[in-house]
Design a protein around this ligand. Structure first.
Ligand code: ZN
Length: 491
């Protein structure tokens, strides 16, 4: 057996175990009994120890040194394995297991703290998670930037400095657009009436299927914080339901369908290899954002949705498709990132990006986070945070140790802007297709141009290839937002 074949066989088992680990996470956030939290933390830590031992196995170094790839996909797989192995061996086994154990517990503590608006309940475990992540960052950075070392996990090749520069270019145009919209004094009404849970879940399933989600290899469940999980033949999505607001369930479902369709569409030849996932969190988010925003919040889709809601609920909560379109695109300076409109969304990310960079650098302590968050929110959104669940307790990410993850959401918006411009140029009848609910040609374009490649190419290269070679920039997204909201709010 060649070194490459031995490495591939070993890696296939590691990938399978990593999928089991992911499914334990799905279970914890959907159906696990609350009383199982402490035992689950031990289960996860034990499996993490197995995974860490495999990723740092001494044979890996020998195989990686000797392996010769048979083709381009093999070359790409070796690049990922060499990078991942170099990172894994820098993390002591004790730190890997401790991080898995503490973040698993922290998720439950965060949920309790958020429900009770009790920051003091969350701060000790947040400080513990941050200490572990800073220790990991120092080990990974080897004298370099701590934040970049964590960011590398989610967006290979990206740096905090590059993101900060991009956000600086985006910020003035977003702030100006926000001011112009709020200056009109127009706030379209939300939907009116009741939308029972079973109807919402039926509609969610119908919409997910229309967007190309394969229920034969997936399922839809409820979760506090919607997410998707898995890859290949088992990719699951979750959503949440508010009977007064069906758009929350609908848009969360479309968003997670974007993530899941990506994982379901990766070339089966890449399954259980390092190439069998999305290229990066930013590219992943470009799919979910494009499904949710460029399609799900568009006027043609509102036309189709108005009919579908009438069938699901006997009414759509809005007089006509134009009113539904306006309700899908209400621009309000709300507290919650996941409920934010397209204009405010990236401002939510910039706030978190700056705060977590300060936390990781040691410039900000968890005990001072609430004050820093609230001051920044007031400055950016013109509203004082009224309760912690609407402020620093709203997102699970920091409890899970996901420092460096937030900016990939904004990067996903930027990538989605680039892809949308390229897609519309290739498919001139895009609007007519969406208006008829025929999303197949659009999702197939994304499948062919982006999704099937998995991790064959780097994140920036994946987007550039789909866009005819053009390097991704923030310009198409900002042009799109200014045109869309300029028309909607008669600016
Ligand atoms: Zn997402």
């Amino acid at each position: 057996m060649t070194a490459f074949a031995a490495l591939a066989a070993f890696q296939r088992e590691t990938e399978a175990l990593a999928l089991v680990m992911g499914r334990l996470g799905w279970d914890r956030e959907t159906v696990m009994p609350r009383g199982a939290a402490a035992q689950r933390a031990e289960e996860v830590a034990a499996l993490e120890a197995v995974l860490h031992a495999r990723r740092t196995d001494p044979r890996m170094a020998d195989w990686l040194a000797a392996a010769v790839a048979p083709d381009a996909a093999g070359e790409a797989a070796l690049r990922h394995l060499r990078r991942d192995h170099a990172r894994a061996v820098r993390i002591p086994a004790r730190l890997a297991a401790e991080t898995a154990r503490v973040t698993s517990l922290a998720q439950g503590i965060w949920a309790e703290a958020r429900a009770r608006d009790d920051i003091a309940h969350f701060l000790p475990v947040l400080a513990q998670v941050l200490r572990l992540k800073r220790e990991a960052a120092a080990a990974l950075a080897d004298g370099g930037d701590l934040y970049d070392a964590l960011l590398e996990e989610y967006e290979p090749g990206m740096t905090g400095a590059a993101l900060a520069a991009m956000f600086c270019r985006m910020r003035p145009r977003l702030v100006a657009l926000r001011a112009a919209i709020l200056g009109t004094g127009r706030v379209p009404p939300p939907l009116a009436g009741r939308f029972p849970q079973d109807g919402q879940l039926r509609l969610a399933r119908e919409v997910a299927a229309a967007f190309g989600y394969d229920f034969h290899r997936g399922r839809l469940d409820l979760a506090v914080h919607p997410f998707s999980s898995g890859s290949g033949a088992d990719v699951r999505i979750t959503t949440r339901v508010d009977e007064a607001d069906p758009l929350g369930c609908l848009l969360a479902t479309i968003h997670e369908t974007g993530h899941a369709a990506y994982e379901q569409s990766v070339d089966p030849a890449h399954a259980l290899t390092p190439l069998g996932h999305g290229a990066s969190m930013g590219v992943h988010e470009s799919q979910s954002r494009l499904y949710e925003n460029q399609i799900g919040r568009s006027r043609p889709f509102a036309g189709w949705l108005h009919g579908a809601m009438g069938r699901a609920f006997g009414h759509a909560g809005a007089a006509d498709a134009d009113a539904l379109y306006a309700a899908l695109n209400r621009v309000v300076p709300g507290y919650i990132r996941t409920e934010a409109d397209e204009v405010h969304y990236n401002l939510h990310i910039m706030l978190r990006f700056d705060l977590e960079r300060d936390l990781v650098a040691g410039r900000l302590e968890p005990a001072d986070l609430e004050e820093a968050w609230n001051a920044r929110f007031l400055a950016d959104f013109g509203v004082a945070v009224d309760r912690p669940a609407h402020g620093m307790l709203q997102d699970v990410h920091w409890a899970l140790g996901l420092f460096g993850y937030f900016p990939t959401y904004a990067l996903g918006n930027v990538y989605a802007g680039c892809l949308w411009a390229a897609l519309r140029a290739d498919i001139p009848e895009t609007d007519a297709l969406i208006a008829r609910g025929e999303l197949g040609p659009i999702t197939r374009w994304l499948g062919e141009k982006v999704q099937r490649h998995g991790r064959l190419f780097g994140p920036g290269e994946t987007i550039a290839r789909a866009c005819g070679g053009a390097e991704p920039t923030e310009a198409p997204l900002l042009d799109h937002l200014e045109a869309k909201f300029g028309a909607l709010y008669a600016l």
